[in-house]
Design a protein around this ligand. Structure first.
Ligand SMILES: Nc1ncnc2c1ncn2[C@@H]1O[C@H](COP(=O)(O)OP(=O)(O)OP(=O)(O)O)[C@@H](O)[C@H]1O
Ligand code: SF4
Ligand SMILES: [Mg+2]
Length: 480
């Protein structure tokens, strides 16, 4: 959310305009063991985060995007040290905090705070708002000027809540208000770095905008640095200065926001971007195609060899299957892990044989085809509705009080992230959260949970969803 680098000619390079490095992560890994049997023998591991390298500069907002289950929340919990890393290092202000214990992390907790993914489960229902927002002071033994109550009430008004509601309980607040309470709690100790895990995804669109603007204002007022995790690319585009794209526990592209949206270099980023309607009137009539990724996201228990995206990438070649591409800076400020990046010199030109299986794994669908498929879906839906009406009329006339007609509607929006209810709050040996870890999470998951694969919508469902987007797009254009 900082102003992008100024471009007054060749004299001022981008780097000269960037803040100091606040957080540096090198080779960060988190493998969750999968245990089975009477003796709880380890039979495998979920490679949730598998070698991340990035840095966060003071005052910037780093957005982190990726499909459900790619390791975003795990990464957030690692850098706030709510989880113990399996490998790699985390440096905060130049200090190695990778394996600091609870005592060692205590002073650091003031500087690094987290806003949790679910505003409904992250507040203890038995505590008042005053107790929740005041907890960090008590845990850190800090006595703010004027006392804890006064400071908590000030924080509540900073985030746009009524200070008089100090004695109310979480259930008396809406989702948006609860997220504000979470933000107030995270800000209590004036942190330097705030990691916000999907801060708005559980909220209505209008409330999302309020919370995003609030985070924006607070950043300006308090000079905060953010890592904002989201799966919604529109939100990330709005809030971020730089964006990291994750796929199966790895960063595949890391770049300035504008560079990433204008010219994504990693095929996966391109596929993600192509699913987002572009609110640019100049491009309204431009011929564009959307990339629909077919097939399921592979399991993080045994990720594919070489480039993890090779099973779904339409450009995959033999080298992609065998050799993992390193995250390299191919353009200034744009790091990409790909052998055959988009709009750039091929990194493995000798390797030209495309993997046929991979070629079939993605489909490039033109807008015309999407429009046609949207028409077909609408016609099918209308026919289904008519049939349902006719059968209910029949039922009514024959006085049959049997089961209601089946609807062909899918029960949930495809592509939505899975519910967080199975997300564990802790694992053995990990430092406990001192500032309000989600209270209603249910501890270590069973090995079956651990083996949960991120759900991917079927290709057919995706097609319908994209067709619907295309419809929305056309609606938008005609509104314009
Ligand atoms: N404590 C745990 N034990 C075992 N596996 C876990 C644990 N926590 C997360 N995982 C697994 O690690 C992977 C990454 O999970 P994570 O919650 O970080 O994904 P995410 O990108 O935040 O997804 P979402 O967008 O749905 O929130 C998933 O496969 C998940 O099942
Ligand atoms: S071209 Fe190869 S390296 Fe690049 S994303 Fe596709 S599979 Fe991975
Ligand atoms: Mg998550």
């Amino acid at each position: 959310m900082t102003t992008p680098a100024k471009s007054d000619g060749a004299t001022l390079t981008k780097d000269a305009d960037l803040g100091e490095t606040l957080l540096k992560v090198t080779g960060l890994q988190k493998h969750f063991p999968i245990k089975k049997g009477l003796f709880q023998r380890q039979v495998g591991a979920v490679h949730a985060v598998d070698g991340l390298d990035f840095e966060v500069r003071a005052g910037e907002t780093l957005g982190v995007v990726g499909e459900s289950g790619c390791g975003k929340s795990t990464m957030g919990r690692l850098i706030t040290r709510l989880l113990e890393p399996t490998g790699g290092t985390i440096e905060f202000e130049g200090k190695d905090i990778t394996h600091l214990g609870v005592g060692g992390m205590r002073p650091m907790r003031r500087d690094v705070q987290m806003i949790f993914q679910d505003p409904y489960s992250s507040l203890n229902p038995r505590h008042t708002i005053g107790t929740i927002v005041g907890a960090p002071f008590r845990l850190q033994g800090v006595e703010p000027e004027g006392g804890i109550k006064k400071e908590v009430q000030r924080l509540l008004s900073v985030v746009g809540l009524n200070p008089e509601h100090y004695n109310r309980y979480p259930h008396e607040f809406s989702g948006g208000q609860r997220q504000r309470i979470g933000i107030a709690r995270a800000l209590a100790l004036k942190p330097k770095l705030v990691v916000a895990d999907e801060p708005v995804s559980a909220l209505d669109v209008s409330i999302q905008a309020q919370v995003v603007n609030l985070l924006d204002d607070l950043q300006e007022e308090l000079g905060l640095t953010y890592v904002i995790i989201a799966h919604d690319l529109s939100v990330v585009r709005h809030v971020s200065d730089r964006i990291a794209v994750m796929y199966l526990g790895k960063i595949v592209e890391l770049a300035d926001r504008d560079a990433l949206y204008k010219a994504p270099m990693h095929p996966y980023t391109k596929a993600l971007m192509s699913a987002v309607p572009i609110p640019d009137p100049r491009r309204k009539h431009a011929k564009s195609e959307r990339i629909l990724l077919k097939g399921d996201v592979p399991s993080p228990i045994s990720p594919p060899s070489g480039c993890r995206f090779h099973t779904r990438c339409w450009k995959a070649t033999e080298i992609c299957r065998t050799t993992e591409p390193a995250l390299k800076e191919l353009r200034p400020g744009q790091r990409v892990a790909c052998h055959h990046p988009e709009n750039f010199a091929d990194q493995a030109p000798q390797d030209t044989v495309l993997l046929t299986a991979a070629k079939e794994a993605a489909e490039l669908v033109s807008e015309e085809a999407l429009a046609k498929s949207a028409e077909t879906s609408a016609a099918v839906a209308a026919a289904a509705e008519e049939a349902a009406e006719a059968s209910s009329d029949d039922a009514a006339s024959s006085d049959d009080a049997g089961s209601p007609p089946e609807s062909g509607e899918p029960s949930s929006e495809p592509g939505e992230p899975s519910s967080e209810s199975g997300e564990p709050s802790s694992e053995s040996g990990e430092p406990s959260s001192e500032s309000g870890e989600p209270s209603s999470e249910s501890g270590e998951p069973s090995s079956d949970d651990a083996a949960r694969e991120p759900a991917a919508p079927s290709a057919e469902v995706k097609k319908q969803s994209v067709a619907k987007e295309a419809d929305d797009d056309r609606q938008e254009s005609s509104d314009d």
